[in-house]
Design a protein around this ligand. Structure first.
Ligand code: ZN
Length: 289
């Protein structure tokens, strides 16, 4: 089943493409400053299953200024077989949407976690987007490619991330273009620094014809957990206090400006508006601006 959704931001066409999902266990490892019991209560309050959470992945393609620009690349087609088709479905959905991988002009990477960068490569390690300029946040690039940072990384998740990033970008010959925050990264798209989830984690404002949408990547992961409890710390956040502060700063702004948000891990098609609710926020799904 194809999972493709289109809407417009002024003259810019947005195509949302599912890269599938992963079921994440509800246990004491997910949050570092709240318990498994707290997590179960939050999920129950949101009407969600309390034994597992469905983490979805939704890269987008913008047609803007005559270019096709892909934001993030999903888990990679190599994940299709081992996950029995649950994830790694981006390339299949691109084809279903009539988008030729070889005609993607720019790939913008938001941050260097596997579910965002691994799809740069095909299962045989060739380039999935062979004619695209690969644009990466300069802060992220500097950190993950620094041998000193790698040697000082705590063993486990961080050393695994360093190894994975070297694997992916070495296969590309490290041929990337770095981009800076507060600058245009593609026509009508301005990069915004949203560090915390990773050191160089980046979001974007997409604007055209008086309309705007905020592309938040991983400012908020599971909406049922981190919208009502924005100060909770996820195991996947590199700097959890900074990630929480960024979440509040961005969501206060989105609520005040009534700017819709496209969230990489929101339920498909991952477009929503943000409202203040209690001590946190509510994520209200939308299908178009
Ligand atoms: Zn992610």
């Amino acid at each position: 089943m194809a999972e493709v959704h289109r809407y417009k931001v002024g003259d810019i066409e947005v195509t949302v493409l599912s890269d599938g999902f992963r079921n994440v266990p509800v246990d004491g490892n997910y949050l570092s400053n709240a318990t498994a019991d707290d997590l179960q209560k939050a999920l129950a309050a949101a009407g969600q299953p309390i034994d597992k959470m469905k983490n979805t992945y939704s890269p987008i393609v913008l047609k803007t200024g005559g270019k096709q620009v892909l934001f993030d690349t999903g888990n990679g087609e190599s994940q299709m077989a081992p996950s029995k088709g649950e994830r790694g479905t981006l390339n299949r959905n691109l084809a279903a949407a009539g988008i030729d991988r070889s005609k993607i002009d720019i790939v913008v990477i938001t941050h260097f976690h596997g579910d965002h960068v691994n799809g740069l490569l095909m299962p045989d390690n060739s380039q999935a987007f062979p004619n695209a300029e690969i644009k990466v946040p300069e802060v992220e690039w500097k950190f993950w490619m620094d041998d000193g940072e790698m040697s000082r990384a705590p063993k486990g998740r961080m050393t695994e991330l360093f190894a994975n990033n070297r694997r992916v970008f070495d296969a590309l010959g490290r041929e990337v273009t770095t981009y800076a925050w507060d600058k245009e990264v593609a026509p009508g798209v301005t990069a915004a620094g949203t560090p915390g989830h990773s050191i160089g984690h980046t979001s974007y404002v997409v604007s055209s014809g008086g309309k705007s949408v905020y592309v938040q990547s991983d400012v908020c992961n599971n909406i049922h957990v981190f919208a009502p409890y924005p100060d909770w710390h996820g195991f996947f956040d590199q700097d959890p206090p900074k990630a929480a502060a960024t979440r509040r700063r961005v969501y206060d702004m989105l609520a005040a400006e009534k700017m819709p948000v496209q969230g990489y891990h929101f339920p498909f098609p991952a477009l929503a508006r943000i409202e203040k609710a209690g001590a946190g926020y509510r994520v209200v799904p939308m299908s178009a601006l």
